[in-house]
Design a protein around this ligand. Structure first.
Ligand SMILES: [Zn+2]
Length: 357
């Protein structure tokens, strides 16, 4: 299919529900006063935009009865693998990977392969002048995965879409959920603290940075921890891959390679095809971080003590930031900050703290 850049009129659809930007610095922290200016100057995005959204409207009508979901059944017994793009609307690398699979007519040798573009409504709102604003329309699609929210009366666009996609994810023996990051940090795999997920992540061999979520740390619930994925007694397994910066060309390449490795792990690829396209990687022991806390931003004066992009480590007791009267201090040695937010918004996640194992 032809991939073309969305026309300006389409890409520029304003997101009326966007929360105003506020730099992640404040006057409480003398060290950051100069950074406030830097943050304002670069408020739109901390990285160059190398990749723009492409028009995927031709993929709306798949063969599943659910918009933007395409399924390829081999007719032979085997696992059902789901590869999911666009959990977040401005994370383009998943689209790159799925379009690559479609262009190369990848079909499973056994079992079933399902490709899903999740939050297309948010993707279509991309605005080059505000490239971080279309992560979602109403609420984070990756924080609605709990029975309470899915069965409740929430009318958010993302909850509606989650209900629609629920049978797709529930049918997956294995799910790869493709993401990217605001800052250009190293790619990483994120998974629940379960042996089945750890084994799968290790089998992929790359990325070699692993973030382990010990369950229920993220308010609202992560897709990779939902239902059977979070059940240690069920074989169904889900991983997130964070492929690098949202708008970097390289992130798309990481997404393609991780997807191919994932499919190959389940024996879905023709061996010659796999040998031709999967890049060799050294056998490197993973760096593993376990999440201890996800900080929610409580007040408008929240800030970090210095500019943070991710993986900076703090000594026990060292000051990481402020949130109103609260001091955010490292609770243990070598406390790493994971995905600190570029824009701090009250009521949303501010930073994740993780222990390097
Ligand atoms: Zn994401």
């Amino acid at each position: 299919m032809g991939a073309t850049v969305i026309a300006t009129s389409q890409a520029g659809v304003p997101n009326a529900r966007t929360v105003p930007f506020r730099p992640a610095t404040c006057q409480n922290c003398p060290e950051t006063r100069n950074l406030a200016l830097v943050s304002i100057m670069s408020s739109a995005c901390p990285a160059p935009i190398e990749v723009l959204p492409v028009d995927i409207s031709g993929l709306r009508h798949g063969n599943t009865g659910i918009d933007y979901v395409h399924r390829f059944a081999s007719g032979r017994p085997g696992p059902h693998v789901v590869v999911n793009a666009l959990t977040h609307g401005n994370e383009f690398c998943g689209v790159t990977a799925l379009l690559w699979l479609l262009k190369h007519a990848v079909r499973p040798r056994h079992g079933t392969l399902t490709l899903s573009f999740a939050n297309v409504a948010a993707y279509e709102r991309f605005d080059r002048e505000r490239p971080l604003d279309n992560r979602f329309v109403d609420r984070d699609f990756n924080r609605v995965w709990s029975q309470d929210i899915l069965a409740g009366d929430d009318r958010a666009e993302e909850v509606r879409r989650a209900r629609e996609l629920l049978p797709v994810y529930a049918a997956a023996d294995a799910l790869l959920d493709i993401h990217s990051t605001t800052y250009a940090v190293r790619p990483m795999l994120v998974y629940a603290a379960l042996d089945k997920a750890r084994r799968l992540a290790t089998d992929l061999r790359t990325p070699t940075t692993h973030i382990v979520s010990p369950g229920a740390k993220h308010a609202g619930g992560l897709l990779i921890e939902y239902g059977k994925f979070g059940d240690p007694d069920a074989p169904n397994t889900a991983l997130v891959v964070e492929c690098g910066q949202h708008f970097a060309q390289r992130s798309g390449e990481v997404a393609i390679q991780t997807t191919l490795r994932f499919l190959d792990r389940f024996g879905m690829l023709d061996p010659d095809f796999a040998a031709a396209w999967i890049a060799p990687v050294p056998d490197t022991k993973p760096d593993i971080y376990e999440i201890s806390e996800v900080r929610i931003c409580k007040g408008p004066s929240a800030c970090f003590t210095r500019h943070l992009e991710g993986f900076e480590e703090f000594a026990a007791g060292e000051l990481i930031g402020h949130d109103g009267e609260d001091e955010i201090r490292a609770p243990y040695d070598r406390c790493a900050v994971i995905m600190p937010k570029f824009q701090l918004v009250v009521g949303r996640e501010m930073v994740t703290l993780a222990r390097r194992l």
